[in-house]
Design a protein around this ligand. Sequence first.
Ligand code: SF4
Length: 282
Amino acid sequence: MEKEKGISRRGAIKVVGTLAAGAAASGVLGTAEAAGRKKAPRWVMVIDIRRCTGVRACVVACKAEYDTPLGAWNTVVREVESGKYPDVKKDFLPRLCNHCEGNEKEGVPPCVKICPEYPAGRKEYITPAGKKIRYRGGATYKRPDGMILLDNSLCIGCGKCIDACPYGARAFNKKLKAGKDPSKNGITKCSFCQHRVDKGVEPSCVNTCPTSSRVFGDINDPNSEVSKLAKEFKLMERSNETTILPEAGTRPQIYYIDEKNALGNYKLTKENKTDEFKAEIK
Ligand code: SF4
């Protein structure tokens, strides 16, 4: 099946999601087991650094998908240099919001926890098996399938989520006024292309990557490509080596296959995160 119909050359994304708004399940179902599961999917991305050639097709695709303002990015590809002349090397490190699981205790990422704007009522998520899961929404919120999303109609443009993210994955969006306070700008960040995934189509960056460096899917589905990669490379067991800035305790859900220690050579700290998504090439 063609990629734009939801299936990549690395395999189908096992889309079992339904819209948080309550639409009926209509995505491309991966397996009978996935279709029958009551549990929500858990979307993750695996990025194989060995495959990334730094062509930045993903960055361009993301810009086209979101029309982010000049100087703001939802995904970037950083360049990581290491070694000493003449024994030097350069790796390319794609970056985006980590759709963090959140701390062990609450399962809430810092950007969501700090958001002051959330509705009194609960939202509903419908699993592939038709089970309703009620969850707290908000101007920024975590959906039961793990997506960290934005609801601009509730946003007051305070920017607290930008400050709270240890990865600098959020920026003000000068093209978008905050829904509740139009004197302030809204926020931009990666949404895992929720609008596409809910319709059974993989994220635009994944669809565009010419080397299949980015793989997206449901980690709760043992037959998904991401599950197979996670098993093969022990991505979850080794999350201290396969995720960015694990010491922040947010449990990122972007996993890297990183045999050359690009993550170890990448100097992201809580202190220097500011410009991560405001300039593509440093
Ligand atoms: Fe929130 Fe930042 Fe984690 Fe994304 S990377 S979920 S913005 S804390």
